[in-house]
Design a protein around this ligand. Structure first.
Ligand code: GLA
Length: 584
């Protein structure tokens, strides 16, 4: 594969990439084949995926199943698709921290995504892990990989060309021989900041193809034209409105792109779900100083293939356009995977208060003069408990949490007094007289994945203030979500009968009998905010705030007979009811 003057050339023959984004980590592995078959049936000849560094390197030097990428690429080849791999190091993608490991951003801060030696060393190690999966699967070796992307929209973030050059050199040194690309917004400063010699520049946009490619041509006179992200839908925030884009209008833009002779990657062809609590967040406002806007668990994206894998009106509209550019007749649309045969209602039988779950499964408690961040405590996803004593005796004064990210349940002398967020900084707990014992349970709602506040830490990042005085003695302890997935974790928890829980925050366990397993949705009526697992597979965050009301349960997660449901509720449990319904 190489980039010719105006087309990609494969074995000397021009090929147009008709690609669709599908992130393997947002689709249950048991459903990859189905989804890839859907891409083929829509008329695509290629699939594109990011590779999330933070998911595959949970702590420094400890790789976790990078082979998943290789298995996905094999599945793509079997489905008859080429593949584009985008390993970052930064990926944006509405993914926690834009894919950067929290252990790295916590230490390096604004040094990430630059030539900073420590960052580059870590990034090179990451790229080496990716290369192990990719190099032998390049198209000239009989594999599906036709392009590899360097960084991601770097021109929307930085201007360190030395950094980009080092990434290009490293990928080549690791044996990547297919064309490298960069992708950027079609603006002069983005293209000049994000492109690098040795990688083909491409553009990302949702409309205005002609103008976008004209901007690209001003920057790069020759080479295949490619839209690496044609945004045919959009993402959704908690507390926001569900994103939607008209199918016919989007198909019109696809038509325009293809009519200009360009290659395309439809972002997203199939969005999937933010399983595992990995959803990212944005900062509102043009200056990115505004409120946190955390992403919902669904990454449906109003994509042509919906979160359940079903074809939508947009699928049919795109298929009509793509069929005119396909090499032969399009394959039939694969049948939708089976859905759960009948609704099931489960009732929690056991529970444990949050404090006891922390005792059983939390990390070590750290004590010091200032509150540590999630990053300091090694918590990528999960909750942190801060404990401190307001000194006394002293009269009542306002007690504040400065730099809170993102939401905290506060109690004083064992009584809940407030649920705090970052709408006000410092966040007010209320008037408190000393001495008093204070507990704060803080949850990260997802790290910022885009803009200059990328990588900002989570937890209490400012301090604890009584009137104007810092409280300089804090104990903090983290509970990582994946601690609940460790073998033996549930045996370590002291379970109590759930009837006595009274709606308190805690870990709840239910079993439910399923006959006719298949795709389902899970609803938690009246539950406020937390995470849920089905047979230890973490579906992600639920939140009564909406707009998302039900979580997608991939069929392969359920089994015939008995199934285990676990709910980690951080604010207040609802009715003792968990409702599984067929995905329709
Ligand atoms: C940019 C990024 C993607 C994604 C989209 C919005 O183009 O490159 O990762 O965040 O925006 O969905």
């Amino acid at each position: 594969m190489r980039g010719g003057d105006d087309a990609f050339l494969l074995g000397g023959r021009p090929v147009r990439l008709l690609s669709g984004a599908l992130h393997y980590f947002r689709v249950h592995e048991g459903l990859w084949r189905h989804r890839l078959g859907m891409l083929r049936a829509m008329g695509l000849n290629c699939v594109e995926t990011y590779v999330p560094w933070n998911r595959h390197e949970p702590s420094p030097g400890r790789a976790r199943d990078v082979g998943e990428l290789g298995r996905f690429l094999d599945a793509a080849r079997e489905a008859g698709l080429y593949a584009i791999v985008r390993p970052g190091p930064y990926i944006c993608a509405e993914w926690d921290n834009g894919g950067l490991p929290a252990w790295l951003t916590g230490r390096l801060g604004a040094r990430v995504r630059t030539r900073d030696e420590e960052f580059v060393r870590a990034a090179e190690r990451w790229l080496a892990l990716v290369a192990e999966q990719v190099v032998g699967r390049q198209v000239d070796r009989g594999g599906p990989v036709v392009l590899v992307q360097v960084e991601n929209e770097y021109g929307s973030y930085g201007s360190d060309r030395v950094y980009l050059r080092r990434l290009v050199e490293r990928l080549r040194a690791l044996g990547v021989t297919v064309p490298l690309i960069t992708s950027d917004g079609p603006e002069e400063h983005m293209l000049s900041g994000g492109t690098v010699p040795g990688a083909l520049a491409t553009v990302n946009f949702g409309s205005g193809a002609r103008e976008a490619f004209a901007a690209l041509r001003r920057h790069q006179e020759r080479g295949p034209l490619m839209c690496t992200e044609f945004w045919c839908g959009w993402f959704t925030h908690w507390g926001g409105e569900e994103a939607a884009r008209d199918a016919r209008e989007a198909a019109g833009v696809l038509e325009e792109i293809l009519g200009l002779g360009a290659s395309v990657n439809i972002y997203m062809a199939h969005g999937g779900s933010n399983f595992g609590g990995w959803a990212g967040a944005n900062r509102a406002g043009d200056d990115f100083r505004g409120a946190l806007r955390p992403m919902v668990t669904s990454y449906d994206y109003d994509a042509p293939i919906d979160e359940f894998g079903r074809p939508t009106e947009k699928f049919r509209a795109f298929r009509r356009v793509l069929s005119r550019y396909a090499e032969g007749p399009l394959p039939a649309v694969p049948p939708t995977p089976p859905v759960l045969r009948a609704p099931v209602v489960a009732h929690p039988a056991g529970w444990a208060p949050l404090g006891e779950v922390m005792d059983a499964l939390g990390g070590p408690e750290e004590r010091g003069p200032v509150p540590p961040s999630f990053e300091d405590l090694g918590v990528d996803r999960g909750v942190v408990r801060y404990r401190f004593t307001v000194p006394g005796p002293r009269r009542a004064y306002p007690l504040w949490v400065a730099g809170l990210r993102d939401v905290a349940v506060a109690s004083v002398d064992g009584v809940r007094v407030a649920v705090l967020d970052d709408a006000r900084d410092p966040a007010p707990i209320g008037e408190v007289a000393g001495p008093a014992e204070v507990e704060l349970w803080v949850e990260s709602l997802g790290r910022v994945n885009y803009g200059p506040r990328l990588g900002e830490p989570k937890g209490v990042t400012g301090g604890l203030l009584h009137e104007r005085q810092y409280v300089h003695e804090v104990a903090a302890r983290g509970l990582r979500l994946d601690a609940l997935e460790e073998p033996g974790a549930m045996e370590a928890v002291g379970w109590r009968p759930a009837g006595a829980a009274g709606g308190d925050p805690g870990l709840y366990r239910a079993s439910c009998a399923v006959a006719g397993a298949g795709d389902a949705v899970l609803e938690l009526p009246g539950w406020v905010r937390g995470f849920v697992w089905v047979n230890r597979f973490c579906l992600g965050r639920y939140w009564g705030r909406g707009p998302q009301r039900a979580l997608y349960v991939p069929g392969p997660v359920l089994r015939e007979g008995d199934n285990e449901l676990l709910v980690l509720e951080c604010e207040g449990a609802g009715e003792p009811v968990l409702r599984l319904s067929p995905a329709v």
